[in-house]
Design a protein around this ligand. Structure first.
Ligand code: AMP
Length: 282
């Protein structure tokens, strides 16, 4: 595995590999790998000749009071795991490698960023869309793999690629969970042992909502209220950022569940803000 931190070098190499007829896949990450990241790398490995993983904690997607400086990292461990999973190139640029001091170009998908995480993290998706565009230009992938854990992010990137005619096949990959049901996240390290025992209730509640919908309940306001009550009962001390039921493509709120519906939640548990989602109707 090669480690590259210069964007120009990666771009030149990738263009050369493409010219040789190689299929290139990219997995963008912020590092501190867990099985979720590794499953995206495996999915990329299965279909490409060259797998590039980017590891970059992107400052422009963090708000002023968020955990940019506290974000967990362990490059040595990450490099070992990536190599074990057959990654060919680990791209590890510094902030200065990625952004000029007077960077002033932004990519925004406001319609899809208005709801859910975009509400409480106003600059987040602008930062994500911009850095992913830069990563696409730099790594020149045919395919890029993203996790469905960040469902809204995936929807935004798919729309961005469509709207801007970016020639990348954007693929979603199912959420990888611990046996307990807790969605894997680099931020789970912020949880205490006790919080870790309670956090699986986040998914438990989503599943209960899906069961209720299966039984014919279709009033979103009632379903959301029930879930909020479940969380305050089962995860004492937690604070709900949002519980929403949205159309999985447009990310617009639904009042009545008739067709495809996604329930997405963000819950503060201790120091961690955990997100999760479940398709409650397909
Ligand atoms: P991050 O490093 O948190 O920015 O995540 C990098 C990629 O891994 C994103 O596409 C995430 O959606 C994906 N990802 C993170 N956690 C999981 C998970 N538990 N299951 C599947 N994909 C995940």
């Amino acid at each position: 595995m090669e480690i590259i931190n210069n964007p120009q070098e990666l771009q030149t190499l990738s263009l050369m590999l493409r010219a040789e007829g190689k299929k290139v896949a990219l997995v963008p990450t912020m590092g501190f790998f867990h099985e979720g990241h590794l499953s995206l790398m495996d999915a990329a490995r299965r279909q490409a000749d060259v797998v590039i993983v980017s590891l970059f904690v992107n400052p422009t997607q963090f708000g002023p009071n968020e955990d940019l400086d506290a974000y967990p990292h362990n490059l040595e461990r990450d490099a070992k795991l990536a190599e074990e999973h057959g990654v060919d190139i680990l791209f590890t640029p510094t902030r200065d490698d990625m952004y000029y001091e007077d960077h002033s170009t932004w990519v925004e998908v406001p319609d899809l960023a208005a709801n859910l995480c975009g509400k409480s993290r106003p600059v987040h998706f602008r930062g994500v869309a911009t850095v992913v565009t830069k990563l696409f230009m730099t790594a020149q992938p045919h395919v890029a793999v993203f996790g469905e854990k960040d469902w809204q992010q995936l929807a935004i990137i798919k729309r961005m690629v469509r709207d801007l005619n970016i020639p990348v096949d954007v693929q979603g990959h199912p959420i990888v969970r611990e046996e307990s049901g807790l969605a894997l996240s680099s931020r789970n390290v912020y949880l205490t042992e006790d919080e870790k025992k309670k956090a699986p209730m986040i998914q438990q509640g989503l599943r209960q909502m899906r069961d209720a919908v299966d039984k014919g309940k279709n009033n979103a306001a009632e379903l959301k209220e029930e879930l909020a009550a479940f969380y305050s009962r089962e995860i004492p001390g937690s604070r709900v950022d949002y519980i929403e039921i949205v159309h999985p493509g447009s990310i617009e709120n639904l009042d009545i569940i008739e067709g495809p519906a996604l329930c997405a939640v963000a819950v503060h548990v201790g120091k961690a803000r955990l997100i999760d989602n479940l398709l409650i109707k397909v």
